[in-house]
Design a binder for this molecule. Structure first.
Ligand code: SR1
Ligand code: MG
Length: 413
């Protein structure tokens, strides 16, 4: 039972009227549309427009997981983590995050920029459409955050306060369970097609995978390097493209309720994993050029990440001890850890709870091979990352394994 009132389409206008700071954003007396559009696993999301074409988004955290219902309680204070991370990240790269207008800690409601002229990137990818610039924008975002929220940029006491404020144990525990543990050890939430039961069993018996996930979970729980987004999949990115153009004129990361101080490679790995999953879908559908385009996003994100981090490096706080050799070591470590986290993120979307539409919306005969391919990529890269973690190598390995596993009867174009 919740002790705060949930928003509805019927109460949206009244809510806005009670918040004077929103008066300039939208005219609550002249709304022409109000819709609840939340399609994620956790929250309510309302979008409204007034008769002057101005829009407003209100997002409210429920005290449970929307995906399952009241049986899985979840702290609504996650909305505070989302607001605080959005504001911190927005200050670093304003073009790459929505603007937050206000936060209501009594009802866990965030009022923010309306992005209805954008589309969720996962949906665009699933339609086989390219969004040039999105992967590089996300690399820039992660690079800016990796530097700008870290000890390299923040004064000592400010950094300590930021780490303390960002402790987010309930949401982190979801990730620890769903991403690192449950793909290997079923807690009753796993599922795969019958045709993939053998693939899941092989995955769970893979000693290298067990060692890798142990390391990944430990890194996630102990390496408080930067204020991560925490759930940076392609469903957490909005893209906008002028009609008929493949090039984005706006890219925004959103939905950062899993934000916490963690290892930089985690956000990178989440992006890499979702590019591989998008590619698996495209290969399954016989759209090989699109699949290869999806895989090459790995390189674009990585290159932009590294460039942004190195661009900011000269302003680090203590060059006396953090020299150029040190930054080279960090970059090399993050590159390899990104593969590790990507492997975890891939496998959880195939075996565990909370899957992706990329794979789930495929017909079963095609889904079988796509799921098998993603699991094979996951298992292979935790081993191969030690030999060479160049992004181009991940592209090559994934292409080979996804093509080899597909069960598509479609003739590639
Ligand atoms: C119970 S929440 C399930 C998943 O949804 C979110 O998007 C995160 O990825 C989380 O793991
Ligand atoms: Mg989310």
């Amino acid at each position: 039972m919740a002790d705060y009132e949930f928003l509805t389409e019927a109460t949206f206008a009244d809510y806005v009227r009670q918040r004077p700071e929103l008066a300039a954003r939208i005219d609550a007396d002249r709304l022409v549309s109000i819709r609840e559009v939340g399609d994620g696993n956790l929250n309510l999301v309302f979008l409204a427009t007034d008769d002057q074409g101005r829009g407003l988004c209100l997002k409210q955290a429920l005290p449970w997981v929307r995906m399952t219902g009241e049986g899985w309680p979840m702290t609504p204070d996650r909305a505070r983590h989302e607001v605080e991370s959005l504001r911190t990240h927005h200050a670093l790269v304003p073009d790459l995050l929505p603007e937050v207008y206000s936060y209501d800690p009594q009802r866990y409601i965030i009022a923010m920029e309306d992005l209805t002229d954008h589309q969720v990137w996962r949906g665009v990818l699933n339609e086989g459409r390219r969004s040039e610039g999105a992967a590089a924008a996300m690399g820039t975002y992660v690079g800016a955050v990796a530097f700008g929220t870290s000890v390299f940029a923040l004064e000592r006491s400010r950094h300590a306060a930021a780490v303390a404020a960002a402790l987010n144990p309930q949401l982190c525990e979801i990730t620890e369970d769903l991403v690192f543990t449950e793909p290997l050890v079923d807690a009753g939430r796993n599922s795969v097609l019958a045709a993939n039961a053998g693939d899941a069993a092989e995955f769970q018996a893979d000693a290298a995978m067990l060692a890798a996930m142990g390391e990944a979970k430990w890194l996630f729980m102990t390496h408080a390097e930067a204020l991560l987004h925490g759930d940076l999949h392609t469903g957490s990115v909005m893209v906008r493209q002028p009609a008929g153009s493949p090039v984005c004129d706006s890219v925004k990361a959103f939905d950062s309720e899993f934000a916490f101080y963690g290892p930089v490679g985690f956000d990178l790995g989440a992006l890499f994993a979702n590019y591989v999953i998008a590619a698996a879908r495209a290969y399954a559908l016989g759209e090989d050029e699109m699949a290869h385009w999806c895989l090459r996003l790995v390189e674009q994100t990585w290159d932009a990440f590294e460039a942004e981090f190195r661009r900011r490096w000269p302003s680090r706080r203590d060059p006396r001890v953090w020299d150029d050799r040190f930054v080279d070591q960090r970059i090399a470590e993050w590159r390899s850890q990104a593969w590790l986290f990507a492997a975890a993120k891939m496998s959880r979307r195939i075996i565990g709870a909370a899957k992706t539409r990329d794979i789930e919306s495929l017909p079963e005969d095609l889904r079988e091979g796509a799921a098998r391919g993603v699991l094979r990529v996951s298992r292979r890269i935790v081993v191969e990352r030690h030999a060479d973690s160049a992004p181009a190598r991940l592209v090559g390995l994934a292409a080979e394994l996804l093509v080899g596993a597909r069960t598509s009867a479609v003739v590639p174009c």
